[in-house]
Design a protein around this ligand. Structure first.
Ligand SMILES: NC(=O)c1ccc[n+]([C@@H]2O[C@H](COP(=O)([O-])OP(=O)(O)OC[C@H]3O[C@@H](n4cnc5c(N)ncnc54)[C@H](OP(=O)(O)O)[C@@H]3O)[C@@H](O)[C@H]2O)c1
Length: 334
């Protein structure tokens, strides 16, 4: 049958950490992968260290710097041209976290950079791929078996963006909170650097961007039934030794993994986190939309993923719709 296609799963940010470790389990389940990075060379080098030569042929590399919306547009065109209706899964994983900045870094379009990479870049990518993703709701061949597969979007969320959890209430520098969205309303360009239009707090800028990621999932789940599109977010656990923490103080980088391993019990390896992402994004058990999956903050052997209760800052329909509409405007979709 000619209309049966290989299934492609797209993952952003695969040069290290969780994204890199998501590829292997996806391939193991029969998926072909589109790895989206700002450097194909580094992505290939890093992946070659963890998978064999046969499996690397199942991975296609596309260069997109998510901090540049023009790059996102060009890269999306390339993805659609090359993989079109074979694209079934989009995993938004890439992120930057720079908690020690004194002044905001700016993206190519002039936005505060962590919001630009973590939220705006992914938001535009999703929207540009969405039509084809929705029309790709057909059969797919996985491990020589033909299965029905509803397209999916999975976004990495985090505990610090969810005010309902203890980790989401840490006041240093402040919990995630988009406030009245004054920064978004005013265009988010210099001197504005925060969604609420207030003073720049780099650690909060990261949390706010992850809050926007989780809101995106909520909005998508309202716009499309789970017969058309399954979208979810997840907290894979505290992967305390990834490069995400590269800009934290050196002592923090030493102590944080120890603290998470031996005090809180929240530590998760990069390999396990990658398996969890691949599992949530592709497994037939996770077909509910709008769910934020978690294994909790204390890792327990044998524990199953559960639906984490989310704060009003994420699920409030008025705020989430406003975030969606303003994001559309800021990335140039309207
Ligand atoms: N680590 C944790 O404990 C934890 C907990 C909860 C959620 N998460 C989430 O998990 C995801 C992965 O984090 P991680 O811990 O694996 O971090 P990581 O090792 O630093 O990986 C981040 C990835 O994002 C890429 N990236 C950064 N800026 C980019 C840009 N402008 N364009 C394209 N790609 C870019 C990086 O590529 P470069 O090599 O080019 O920089 C890298 O591949 C993030 O969404 C994070 O919020 C992590």
């Amino acid at each position: 049958m000619t209309d049966i296609k290989k299934g492609f799963a797209l993952v952003t940010g695969t040069t290290s950490g969780v994204g890199l470790n998501t590829i292997k389990p996806l391939i193991r389940s029969g998926w072909h992968v589109i790895a989206v990075n700002r450097s194909n060379k580094r992505a290939i080098e890093e992946l070659s260290k963890i998978i064999n030569k046969t499996d690397i042929l199942k991975v296609n590399f596309i260069e997109i710097d998510l901090s540049n919306l023009n790059d996102v547009r060009a890269g999306s065109e390339e993805i659609l041209e090359k993989f079109g209706d074979s694209l079934k899964i989009v995993i938004c994983n890439a992120a930057v976290y720079k908690p020690r900045l004194k002044r905001p870094e700016r993206s190519a379009q002039g936005f505060e950079n962590s919001m630009a990479v973590n939220h705006f870049g992914h938001f535009l990518l999703i929207n540009l791929l969405l039509d084809r993703l929705l029309s790709s709701n057909t059969k797919v061949e996985l491990k020589r078996k033909v299965v029905n597969f509803i397209p999916r979007i999975t976004i990495l969320g985090t505990v610090t963006a969810n005010y309902n959890e203890l980790g989401g209430r840490i006041p240093i520098p402040a919990p995630a909170d988009l406030g009245d969205l004054a920064g978004f309303e005013q265009g988010f360009l210099s001197p504005i650097s925060m969604a609420n239009g207030k003073r720049f707090k780099p650690g909060k800028a990261y949390k706010d961007s992850k809050l926007c990621n989780m809101i995106t999932v909520q909005e998508l789940s309202k716009k499309f039934s789970n017969k058309e599109l399954i979208c979810n977010s997840l907290y894979p656990g505290c992967v305390a030794n990834t490069k995400l923490f590269r800009d934290t103080p050196w002592l923090f980088r030493i102590l944080f993994p120890i603290f998470q391993k031996f005090i809180t019990g929240g530590f998760v390896t990069e390999e396990l986190a990658g398996e969890r992402v691949a599992f949530i994004a592709s497994n037939e058990r996770f077909i509910q939309s709008g769910v934020h999956w978690s294994w909790g903050n204390r890792q327990k052997t044998g524990r199953k993923a559960f639906s984490q209760k989310l704060s009003q800052r994420i699920v409030n329909p008025v705020i989430s719709n406003r975030v969606w509409e303003l994001s559309k405007k800021l990335v140039g979709l309207v």
